[in-house]
Ligand binder design. Structure first.
Ligand code: GTP
Ligand code: MG
Length: 503
């Protein structure tokens, strides 16, 4: 339905998260509920050789099918597939890569089942989940694989002991108790002494897991005129049960995790900016960094410095003039939330640009207005504001968000009012915290009333309710341009304090 009026649902709502460039991407597949699956298909415990070989066959098929997979490592019901660093498989679109891998793997598993279990019917459809993880350099990808092999070793050693104990007559609970707190050495001793098993003689597939990769093998490519085979090294997908923790294997197989070629055009791919989802209300929340220190250096009044709050309000108010897409602002203390309407196309909704420009512009306004609000105070330290963007698909949730911020304002201010009244009355700060610990809102109101004859509700609304900023529709005479005639205009009116929240 190209270019129909409905086409926007694809264009605007479908997001393709792309795996970051120049990373080795690992897709790790894990059997879903394989505890149950292995039980109903009576897999041998702790290792069912056929089940593991079936997994290896699936992994081999994956490497044969997808040339971008350079290595795979499997143990139990999981398999990790490593995509080469510079892969352009499905343009690195995560959902495509994940779904395709897991689906193909499953499909081979079902198709090849009969080859490994000719006498067992597949009673339930096996299925797997998959996740993608990215490793930026050779060390981290090698460490990832080492981690999986260490895990294989630890689990297999434990399981070998556990099932030997159970098979020798212990209950599962007893076996668990015997193994609790034992080290690798103890487990090896237990196997040797009680069962005459040398753990190192156990099959390498169980101890080391399975590695699948392309190995250079001499392959006959044709027969010459005299009947002699002509051999050439060819890469063949191979399964081995070897150590991949130490350097030896990797030194002998440098072609596997070869670093990709670097192309000039390639650097552009690193700028993958997040687009904020369409038709969502965007809230940019700005918050002063290290404002404790900042307010101390500039000796702001405690707990509230009215001038400092008015400076925040004035800066926020000017923000709304610069950004017409902001429909509402709510602030208290050293934070301000700006609500952008759901249709905003500011910076094509690119998160980093929205965030950075808001925080930078706000900082700039705050500094520019400083002198006006604090004519006698020099700005001794540069104020800094961090910003984050939040997306809300429904207006109702935006309202809930704002209510939440106002509730925070109330709780914080009530606490601080009590705290500083106690401190000013001679209590130590620690003592004041102790007194307030566990008190409810009601208790704090009573404390203020009884000890300081203060009615909290008579405190300035600016402190108790925070500040809301919005545009109000009102008639205005257009001044010089309109002569006497009235003209309807949107007017920017800042309301401080007395608004009791957006609900
Ligand atoms: P989810 O992955 O969370 O869905 O659960 P799961 O039941 O698959 O458990 P998990 O992946 O943590 O562990 C794999 C489980 O598969 C093991 O606990 C075993 O029960 C079972 N399993 C895997 N390989 C074998 C095997 O060779 N023999 C037997 N008997 N069981 C196996
Ligand atoms: Mg599993």
């Amino acid at each position: 339905m190209a270019n129909s009026e409905y086409e926007y649902v694809k264009r605007e709502f479908e997001f393709d998260r792309r795996l970051p460039p120049s990373n080795w991407s690992v897709v790790r597949i894990d059997g879903c509920h394989f505890h149950r699956f292995s039980k109903i298909h009576a897999f041998e415990k702790p290792n069912d050789e056929n089940a593991l070989r079936l997994m290896n066959t699936c992994a081999t098929a994956m490497l044969e099918k997808f040339p971008d997979i350079v290595f795979a490592y499997g143990v139990s019901d999981e398999y990790s597939f490593v995509f080469r660093e510079e892969t352009e498989f499905y343009h690195r679109r995560e959902s495509k890569i994940l779904s395709l891998c897991v689906s193909y793997f499953t499909s081979v598993y079902v198709m090849k089942w009969k080859d490994f279990f000719p006498n067992k019917e597949l009673k339930e459809p096996p299925y797997f989940d998959a996740r993608a993880i990215c490793y930026p350099n050779l060390k981290t990808i090698r460490d990832y694989l080492a981690w999986r092999q260490v895990d294989c070793h630890i689990n297999n050693q434990y399981n070998t002991c556990f099932w030997m104990l159970v098979k020798s007559g212990k209950s599962e609970q007893e076996a668990q108790l015997v193994l609790k707190g034992t080290f690798a050495k103890d487990k090896n001793e237990l196997l040797a002494q009680q069962f005459q098993i040398n753990y190192d003689d156990e099959p390498a597939m169980f101890r080391k897991g399975s590695s699948v990769y392309r190995e250079k093998v001499e392959t006959t490519v044709k027969i010459d005129d005299y009947g002699n085979p002509i051999k050439r090294p060819r890469l063949k997908v191979t399964v081995a049960h070897i150590d991949i923790i130490g350097p030896e294997f990797w030194e002998n197989h440098q072609h596997i995790l070869r670093e990709g070629k670097f192309m000039h055009e390639f650097v552009k791919k690193f700028g993958n900016d997040r687009m904020l989802p369409p038709c969502n209300w965007i809230v940019v929340r700005i918050n002063g960094c290290q404002f404790d220190q900042f307010s101390m250096i500039h000796s702001f009044d405690k707990p509230n410095d009215e001038t400092a709050l008015r400076l925040m309000d004035a800066s926020a108010s000017l923000m709304m003039e610069q950004y017409p897409d902001i429909v509402f602002g709510y602030g208290f203390s050293n934070e301000y939330s700006f609500v952008f309407h759901d249709k905003t196309e500011l910076y094509q909704r690119q998160e980093s640009l929205i965030l950075s420009s808001c925080s930078s512009y706000f900082t700039s306004l705050y500094m520019k207005k400083w002198k006006e609000f604090f004519p006698d105070k020099e700005l001794k330290q540069t104020p800094r504001f961090e910003a984050e963007a939040l997306c809300y698909p429904k207006l109702k949730i935006v309202c809930e968000y704002l209510s939440w911020r106002q509730a925070e304002c109330h709780a914080g201010n009530q606490y601080n009012t009590c705290f500083w009244m106690l401190v000013k009355s001679g209590k130590g700060e620690r003592e004041a915290h102790e007194i307030l610990k566990g008190t409810l809102s009601k208790d704090k109101n009573e404390l203020l009333f009884q000890q300081f004859q203060m009615n909290y509700n008579n405190e300035p609304a600016l402190f108790r309710k925070g500040s809301c900023i919005y545009r109000r529709k009102q008639m205005s005479t257009g001044g010089r341009t309109c002569g006497g005639g009235g003209r309807r205009r949107w007017h920017h009116k800042r309301t401080v304090g007395c608004e009791s929240g957006p609900r």
